[in-house]
Design a protein. Structure first.
Ligand SMILES: N[C@@H](CCC(=O)N[C@@H](CS)C(=O)NCC(=O)O)C(=O)O
Ligand SMILES: N[C@@H](CCC(=O)N[C@@H](CS)C(=O)NCC(=O)O)C(=O)O
Ligand SMILES: N[C@@H](CCC(=O)N[C@@H](CS)C(=O)NCC(=O)O)C(=O)O
Lengths: 139, 139, 139
C-alpha cells in the first residue's frame, strides 16, 4: 500500500540518522565537524545522499500513486527503499559498494517518474480532451 | 490547525537560511566555502540538520493529521517546530546546547510517527476488515 | 498546470545531480570527498542549495495551488524553477553569478508564501466565520 510505502521512508530516514550518530561516536567526530576518516565520511555521505533524494522520491511516489496505479507504485516504492538500504550498506563498506544499488535505485526512480508522467498525461487528456490513453488506470 | 503548522515550516526554514547568510557575512565565509571557525560551522550545521528533517516531518505531519487527529497533530507539529527553534538557538551557542532540544524534537517526531501508524492501521482495518480500533478517530 | 510544475522539480533535481556527477568525473573528486577546486565546489554547493529549498518549495506550491489559485501558482512555480536553473548556471560560472537569480528565486518564493497565507486565511475565515476576503478564489 502507498501509505505504508510513504510511511516507511521515515523509518529509513531515522535509521540512517542513527547510523550517523553511532559512526560519530565510534570515530569520535563530534558536531559540527563533518570530516574525518573515510570510514566515517562514507556513512555520513550515505545519509546525506539518501535524504537529498527522499523529498523527490516522496513527491513522485505520491503522483504516480494518485495518477497511475496505487499497487504498482507501492511495490516500486518498496523496491526503491530496499535499494536505498543496499546503497547505505554498500557505501558504508566501500566507495564502490554504493554504485550498483545507486544505479538500481536511480532506475526505479526513473520508472516512477515515467509512470507519474503517463498518469498525469492520461488524466489531463481524458479530463480536457476526452481521450483515454490508459485503459487499465486506477482512476 | 494543520495548515498553519505546515505553513510555519517555511518561515522557520527561511529564518534559518537567513541566519546562515548573516553568519556568512559576520565571519566572512563566502560560498562555496562551508568550513570556518566553529562558531560559523555550528550555525551552518544547525540549518543543514533542520532542513534534513523537515521533509520527513512534513510527510509524517500530513499523514498523522489525515489519519489520526488534526488538532492533536497540529499541536505536536507546533511543539516540534518550537523544539527545532530551541535546537537552532542552542547549537548556535555551543555544540552541547543542541542536545536537549534534539532529544526532545526526536521524541515529538517519534510520537507523530506512532500516531500516523495507529491512524493508518485503523484506516486499513476499518476499511478492509471492518474492525474499529480507534473510536475517537477524526475520520 | 500545478501537476506539471510539481513534476518538473524531479527533472531539475535529476539534472542537477547529473551535473554534480559529471563535475566529480571532470575534476576527479570521487565520493565521499566533497571538497576540491572551487570550480567543483560551486557545482556541488549549487546542487545542495537547490535540494535544500525544493521540499519547502513543493509544500508551499501545493498549499498556494490548493487554497489560492492553480493557474497563477503554477506560473509562479515555473518562474521559480527557471530562476533556480539560472542560479545553478550562474553559480557554476562564478560565486557572484548566483546572487541575482538567488534574490529573484527568493522573491518568487516569498510571493508564493504570501499567496498561500492569503488563501489559507480566506479558507479559515470563510469556513469558520463566514467572511469572504477573496472573491476571485478558485475554491
Ligand atoms: N547529518 C546528521 C545526522 C544525525 C543527526 O541528526 N545527529 C544529531 C545528533 S548527534 C545532530 O544534532 N547532528 C549535528 C549536525 O548535523 O551537525 C549528523 O551529521 O549528525
Ligand atoms: N546552506 C545555505 C543557506 C543560506 C543560503 O541559501 N545562502 C544563499 C545566499 S549566500 C546561497 O546562495 N548559498 C550558497 C551555498 O549554499 O553554497 C548556505 O550555506 O549559504
Ligand atoms: N550530492 C551528490 C549528487 C550526485 C549523486 O547523487 N551522486 C551519486 C553517484 S556519484 C553518489 O552516490 N554520490 C555520493 C555522495 O553523495 O557522497 C554528490 O555529491 O555526489
Amino acid at each position: 500500500n502507498l501509505l505504508g510505502s510513504w510511511f516507511l521512508v521515515s523509518f529509513f530516514a531515522a535509521y540512517f540518522s542513527l547510523q550517523v550518530i553511532y559512526a560519530r561516536r565510534a570515530y569520535g567526530i563530534s558536531p559540527p565537524k563533518v570530516s574525518g576518516p573515510p570510514d566515517f565520511e562514507r556513512v555520513f555521505r550515505a545519509q546525506v545522499n539518501c535524504s537529498e533524494y527522499f523529498p523527490i522520491f516522496l513527491a513522485i511516489l505520491w503522483q504516480a500513486g494518485l495518477f497511475f496505479h496505487q499497487g504498482l507504485t507501492a511495490a516500486l516504492g518498496l523496491l526503491y527503499l530496499y535499494s536505498r538500504y543496499q546503497y547505505f550498506i554498500g557505501y558504508k563498506e566501500s566507495s564502490s559498494g554504493r554504485l550498483a544499488p545507486m544505479y538500481f535505485s536511480a532506475g526505479v526512480l526513473w520508472i516512477l517518474i515515467g509512470l507519474a508522467a503517463v498518469g498525469i498525461l492520461h488524466f489531463l487528456l481524458s479530463h480536457y480532451v476526452g481521450i483515454n490513453i490508459l485503459l487499465f488506470s486506477s482512476l
